[in-house]
Design a protein around this ligand. Sequence first.
Ligand code: CU
Length: 263
Amino acid sequence: MKRIKILITLLVALLFIINCEDSTSPEKATDPAEGLALIGEKTVQNTEVRVYSDKGLEVGYNKIYIKVTDSITDKLVEEANVSISTLMDMGQMKHASPYENPAGSTAEEGLFPCAATFIMSGMWELHVNVHNLDNNDVVEFQFDVEIAAAGNTKKVTGTDSMTYFITLVQPAAAKVGLNDFELTVNYQKNMMSFPAVEDVIVKIEPSMPSMGHGSPNNVDPAHQQHGHYMGKVNFTMTGDWRIDLNFFRGDSLMHTSYDINVQ
Ligand SMILES: [Cu+2]
């Protein structure tokens, strides 16, 4: 009996110690970029920038996370005006691509979220501009990044003769059943500007060409914000599916399709 009492006392003491250690441990115990892929890191003046993505960069929609650190104090900077831009130098000509900047000047869970839609594979420049509101540094970073080939972005000419870029964002890994379906739509205003298209009607039609059937309960992608369209796609069995997408602005504007293997 005495032994059990001692044991309980020890256990309570141990729990108390663990609790104490927890409450006094440094607040930045976990790296906000944990689990992300590091694309590049550079320091200019007293500001260090680290660029991350979910995995490597490829043709299509890439979420990009910018981590800003004061290189003198080694403290995370959570107040900054961060913006990115993209550039591909093809010799005779240069062009940019669609990209998205953080909504505000406060970091979200320690990082500044951006996105870049690379429209072709090869070497690109990723430019990051930071106005560090902690130390007032205004710095510009250039990262040379290699973009892997992938089939997520389609270049389509509309019936209005404009060039559009349609990018499949979701599903990243298609499964049997109802999947979230997300597209981005941009148009090429000029070589450096690819604004979001927010006013088109999208009709989705999945089918299994090898078996000659479609599926019920699909939801046409509707515009949310910044050229993102969200809907649902229903894959009723595994195998090779085709998703036909028709775009309308009044009259028919354009068509594209994606071939998706459902595991
Ligand atoms: Cu190019």
